[in-house]
Design a protein around this ligand. Sequence first.
Ligand code: PLP
Length: 393
Amino acid sequence: MLETFESSSVAHMAATTTTGQSAQSIITQKDFADAAIEISSWQGYQITPLYRLDNLARELNLGSVYYKDEGPRFDVGSFKALGAAYAGLRVLQRQISKRLGKNIPLADLHGAQYAEQISDVMLVAATDGNHGRSLAWGAGTFGAPCKIYIHKHVSQNRAAAIAQFGAQVVRVDGDYDHSVNICREEADKNGWFVVSDTSWEGYTQPPKDVMAGYGIMANEIDQQLDEPPTHIFIQGGVGGLAAALAARLKQIYQSRSPRVIIVEPELAPCLFESARNGCATNVEITRETQMAGLSCGEPSILAWRILGEEVRDFLTIPETLVAPAVRLLARPFGDDPTIVAGESAIAGLAGLIAAALQPELKDKLALGEDSKIQLIGSEGATDQAIYDEIING
Ligand SMILES: Cc1ncc(COP(=O)(O)O)c(C=O)c1O
């Protein structure tokens, strides 16, 4: 069952970190707390499950492996529900406060009081699926119009999942990074509001709010575990997820915070290359990875500021590990729980298994019998047809 992982070509970059306070200062404890208070008040909020994969841990000679399953997160099917919807609400708050010349509390945006003003603020985003779905869901819930830009590789099912919340879906040519640029241009031209999960020079507030929302996962992990994990293997797209967790876990656990290992597809290694160069670095995507949510060529500059200080280990994994990792969760060892995970959710797991089975890498990452590994299962089956194909393939 694990042979593919044992023989796979996994690259490791040992980065030189810079020192700084980014984990405390970019998203402050208050930013994280404000987001957590707001999001946990939403209808349908529930702590997502944290599963123990004891049999897998035994197979790998590790102390324990925990998998936090974000599949059931609200109606959205991924951790992204925590980010875009919250950042969209913050945009509405800032805009309506500005237009009315007074500070409107978030709580007041949930009632009918400002419905007319909200219906006049167009929220837009580019997405490879999950971020746009979350923004569409949030906009639909709060009553704001929404337009989502998708690129040509986004599956039809993912487009439909966005449209079901009432957002207009605009398909453009090119890849994810291209759709981000088109979305920005159109928003500038039309006075719309971009709610992006990635940041660039001069655009940082919504991505910061997105990351503040993601922090709730770290709070939940702290509640669900008796002691801090020693390692967290986490998949990277633009880096927002990893940066938010690295920062929030550092704030919670301080010197006992886990070693963060970022895992990317070898077809989209923008964080790996940033680590090699010691600065945010773009890469060209020449072939799309099956891990659609991780197909990003440009790191978020805000995320990179945190990752450049907090993360020493970056892995890339080949495409050949995607299906075996998804299947391993669907048909687990012994009585480990059966978990439904989408193709972008398993990069951390795949990186962990490969690293644990390759002695040199295992050593470099200090993985052993005392290790307590945290994984983030960042999505469920967000495209059922793709999931079925993987499982039955
Ligand atoms: C399921 C899933 N996991 C992980 C990621 C990576 O998150 P980030 O782009 O913030 O690094 C994404 C991004 O879209 C995703 O959809």
